[in-house]
Write a protein that binds this ligand. Structure first.
Ligand SMILES: *[C@@H]1O[C@H](CO)[C@@H](O)[C@H](O)[C@H]1NC(C)=O
Length: 350
């Protein structure tokens, strides 16, 4: 099909979507046209507008009732972030009490507009994560995607968000929450700095190399502890204790050791394990059904772990949006699809 002008193309898309979705209002059509204009000019993905999610009657409205969540914004994962946000709002009893803290690398006006257009009612704050803080401390890992500075942003979180935020949940962008996030938020941390699902049956040895395990001084840091693997994609952090205990410096110190001696293969996970493993508050496994991205083998699908599910996490190489687009999705990817807000003009023509 050839279009004489951009306007006629946009008009056609608008009419098509109107006929596909009768309840679409004139206002939404204007929005669509606006976002499409952006898409065509700047290559920013286009998302549908999410509905306004409202608090139930039992929800409080004081500072204590606020729930703080942190996520990173990365142009490659934006579709994942949007789906995660939608899933959280959709399954929350008090969605208006949730405040999102987004970390991004640039002051990119397009992404801010994009969030506002997709979630007009969202409580969110944007912070610039200065990658210069971490760039020289990153060592090459076995997977290039793990070396992105933004992967390390979670270490700097406590220093970036406002000081009056005392607790925060950090979430990766390749997940959806299918339960009320407040249940995770209310976890009793006791004296711990970090809460996450813990996996004591996983082989902990493999997260560090032979050099690490044969060096008595290094190996000793787990002495007297019962270290277990945990995934850093879902963590509840006591930010006050983190700041007071100078945990940023503790994690960074291990990154310096890694740079000098190479003691592990992965990216931002091992330094977290070195500081926290054996000393976290374990939460129910339902809060991180991880590994759904599969192994690093192309096209390899994973099935669900046994038990109840509150959060589905596509950690690993495969991402549900890529597999759905390639029309070779895994069975679990269909659990992500209902939260996908992405609307490409290509799909409309399909
Ligand atoms: C754990 O992993 C290490 C290193 O990959 C391996 O040598 C060891 O045999 C594994 N242990 C078990 C119990 O599987």
């Amino acid at each position: 099909m050839a279009f004489r002008s951009l306007d006629s193309l946009l008009l056609l898309i608008g009419l098509l979507s109107l006929s596909l979705q009768p309840p679409l209002t004139v206002l939404a059509a204007t929005n669509l046209r606006f976002t499409l204009n952006r898409k065509l000019s700047q290559n920013v993905p286009v998302f549908r507008e999410a509905p306004a999610f409202r608090n139930g009657h039992a929800c409080g409205s004081s500072t204590n009732d606020r729930i703080h969540l942190a996520m990173t914004l990365d142009s490659n994962y934006l579709r994942g972030t949007m789906a995660a946000v939608l899933s959280i709002l959709h399954n929350s009893c008090c969605p208006e009490n949730i405040i999102f803290h987004f970390l991004w690398l640039r002051f990119d006006h397009d992404i801010k507009t994009n969030i506002k257009t997709t979630f007009p009612y969202l409580n969110f704050k944007l912070y610039r994560f200065n990658s210069g803080m971490v760039q020289d401390k990153i060592s090459k890992s076995i997977r290039e995607a793990l070396d992105e500075p933004l992967n390390y942003a979670r270490i700097y979180l406590a220093d970036i968000i406002p000081v009056d935020v005392k607790r925060i949940i950090y979430l990766d962008s390749d997940l959806v929450v299918v339960d009320d996030i407040e249940k995770l938020w209310r976890v009793d941390l006791q004296d711990k700095v970090l809460a996450a699902p813990e996996y004591c049956q996983a082989n902990f040895t493999q997260y560090f190399n032979d050099y690490f395990w044969t060096d008595p001084e290094l190996r000793n840091i787990f002495e007297g502890k019962d270290p277990c693997y945990f995934n850093t994609g879902v963590m509840v952090l006591d930010v006050e204790k983190w700041r007071k205990g100078r945990y940023l410096q503790k994690v960074e110190e291990w990154m310096v050791v890694q740079k000098q001696k190479r003691i592990y293969h992965l990216g931002s996970l091992p330094p977290f394990l070195l500081v926290f493993a054996g000393n976290i508050k374990a939460v129910d496994h339902c809060w991180n059904q991880h590994g759904l991205g599969g192994d690093n083998i192309e096209g390899k699908c994973r099935s669900l772990h046994p038990g109840a599910i509150s959060l589905l996490h596509w950690s690993g190489k495969g991402k549900p949006w890529l597999r759905l687009d390639s029309r070779k999705p895994c069975v679990v990817d269909h659990l992500w699809a209902p939260y996908d807000l992405y609307r490409s003009s290509k799909h409309i023509f399909d």
